[in-house]
Design a protein around this ligand. Sequence first.
Ligand SMILES: NC(=O)c1ccc[n+]([C@@H]2O[C@H](COP(=O)([O-])OP(=O)(O)OC[C@H]3O[C@@H](n4cnc5c(N)ncnc54)[C@H](OP(=O)(O)O)[C@@H]3O)[C@@H](O)[C@H]2O)c1
Length: 220
Amino acid sequence: MEVGILGGTGPAGSGLAARLAAAGLQVAIGSRSKDRAQEIVTGLLERWPGRELALSAADNAMAAEAEVIVVATPWEAAAATAGSVAAQLEGKVVISMANALTRMGHEFEPLVPPRGSVAAHVQSAVPGALVAAAFQHLPAKALSNLDEPVESDVLIASDHPAAFEATARLVSLIPDLRPLNAGSVANAAPIEAFTAVLLQLNVRYKTRAALRLTGIELPQ
Ligand SMILES: NC(=O)c1ccc[n+]([C@@H]2O[C@H](COP(=O)([O-])OP(=O)(O)OC[C@H]3O[C@@H](n4cnc5c(N)ncnc54)[C@H](OP(=O)(O)O)[C@@H]3O)[C@@H](O)[C@H]2O)c1
């Protein structure tokens, strides 16, 4: 399966790209500039010389040709970036990982984007796509360090069962991540907003907290 990442040159998108490639997927890192995407791909391949990472550089339009697309831009740009390649995204699973947050002094605070969440805003920009919210809570630094497992639950919110299934399959390819069905895209709002709490905990306890819920036993 090929995954394309719009805005994949930042820490979050490139970290996820490295993880998915380490899991054996082909990943196209998209950017507004293919040259910048190439720099990031070269950097990742140099960082992990012993691994065969199937990473390629693309502009966002080329990355949107993949089977599954991740939107990894800052939140303000997510809907517009997805909308700019709406034709390529028609009928495909599109994963929104953005969080609308702002820093107020020493605190992170959630913002309310148009439509209540970034994922819902992305869905409104690409009505023909199957949007899911996921990966909001995974710290980019942990994602990008392939020598260490990244252990977390991944909450997935979508109005489309096919988008949940495809996103859960991707998540399951990464060891120690557990996909959980968190309901419809209406629940993307609290999922995204909760990232502010995690970041606050990171600052307070000088760590990189991830999410692990107790009491849920998934069938094997
Ligand atoms: N950092 C984390 O730990 C983390 C974890 C989980 C989720 N997230 C979420 O993932 C998203 C990306 O995080 P990040 O830290 O990687 O962000 P980032 O570095 O600020 O942005 C990612 C990429 O988005 C593109 N971009 C920036 N402004 C844009 C614009 N106005 N229009 C279109 N593209 C633009 C840039 O790529 P080009 O210049 O190459 O086009 C940039 O490299 C955020 O929404 C964040 O909330 C972050």
